[in-house]
Design a protein around this ligand. Structure first.
Ligand SMILES: NC(=O)c1ccc[n+]([C@@H]2O[C@H](COP(=O)([O-])OP(=O)(O)OC[C@H]3O[C@@H](n4cnc5c(N)ncnc54)[C@H](OP(=O)(O)O)[C@@H]3O)[C@@H](O)[C@H]2O)c1
Length: 257
């Protein structure tokens, strides 16, 4: 099967959560398509390795250490990327996740705040600080990685209440961003991935569980990182300019709404 080619030459992308999973796949794909990429992540070792891997292949990438819930640091890395590169075209917010499946009753206030801050406040912060750069050049692309957990709930299955609520919040915030920024040449969209076989997911699920997830989709397999990355690139492409305020459900037909 051939591969669709994107051209991001001359563009500058900031990818949060770029050290791993969907963020890493997106960062590497942007670089392969000619963009200058800033890999923003907590994980200095893996983040630096992603940037070095891109440079070793002749691409342009730098790692910027950042806790995406730390307002001052988020502003600093976005301003640094835009200042160094001279512009900022793309912001992909992929940092996120949760650690525990609990009922609402079991969820502590600390757990709520931690998960909502990581998944939702982080996106508010990065968008807030990227917007002035996008407005200056009258162009920008925002892609927020939401989740099917922010769209649907499985009756009977435990989830993470703050994660589900935060992901639903992302989809809503994405629409607000689209409304505010349309007149400035900026699109904002979200992706709601189904379960995707990133390292983190593979580490906590056995082969039978992964196969079961696949059997519940219409395409018959669990998603791979590449299944998300193509959508990220398309939504950030110049061709994607007439598509904004949407959440794209990339779940192999597991949920039909
Ligand atoms: N994989 C799935 O099945 C799936 C499904 C639906 C939605 N999603 C969403 O898709 C996004 C990417 O998922 P993924 O599976 O690719 O995630 P992942 O492999 O866990 O990668 C997330 C990256 O974000 C980093 N990170 C965590 N907390 C951070 C913080 N405070 N500041 C900066 N970076 C931080 C992580 O670092 P550490 O590893 O050091 O924590 C990791 O490098 C997430 O928002 C997730 O909720 C994933």
């Amino acid at each position: 099967m051939g591969k669709t080619k994107f051209d991001f030459a001359g563009q500058v992308a900031v990818v949060t959560g770029g050290a791993r999973g969907i963020g890493r796949g997106s960062a590497e794909a942007f670089a392969e398509a000619g963009a200058r990429v800033y890999v923003v992540d907590l994980d200095e070792k893996d983040g630096e390795a992603v940037a070095q891997g891109v440079r070793a292949k002749g691409g342009k990438a730098a790692f910027l250490a950042c806790d995406v819930t730390d307002s001052k640091r988020v502003k600093a890395v976005i301003d640094q990327a835009a200042a160094e590169a001279g512009r900022l075209d793309i912001l992909v917010n992929s940092a996120g996740g949760f650690w525990q499946q609990l009922t609402v009753e079991e969820t502590s206030e600390e757990e709520w705040d931690k998960v909502v801050d990581l998944n939702l406040k982080s996106i508010f912060l990065s968008c807030k600080f990227a917007i002035p750069h996008f407005k200056k050049q009258n162009y920008g692309r925002i892609v927020n990685i939401g989740s099917m957990a922010g769209v649907s709930v499985f009756p009977g299955a435990l989830s993470s209440p703050p994660y589900s609520a935060a992901k639903a919040g992302i989809h809503s915030l994405t629409r607000v961003l689209a409304v505010e920024l349309g007149k400035h040449g900026v699109t904002a969209n979200a992706i709601a991935p189904g379960t995707t076989a990133t390292e983190r997911v593979v580490a906590v699920r056995n082969a039978e569980q992964m196969a079961m997830i696949g059997r519940n989709t219409l395409v018959g397999r669990i998603a791979q990182v590449e299944d998300m990355v193509g959508w990220v690139l398309f939504l950030c492409s110049p061709e994607g300019g007439y598509f904004t305020g949407q959440t794209v459900a990339v779940n192999g037909g597991r949920f039909l709404h």
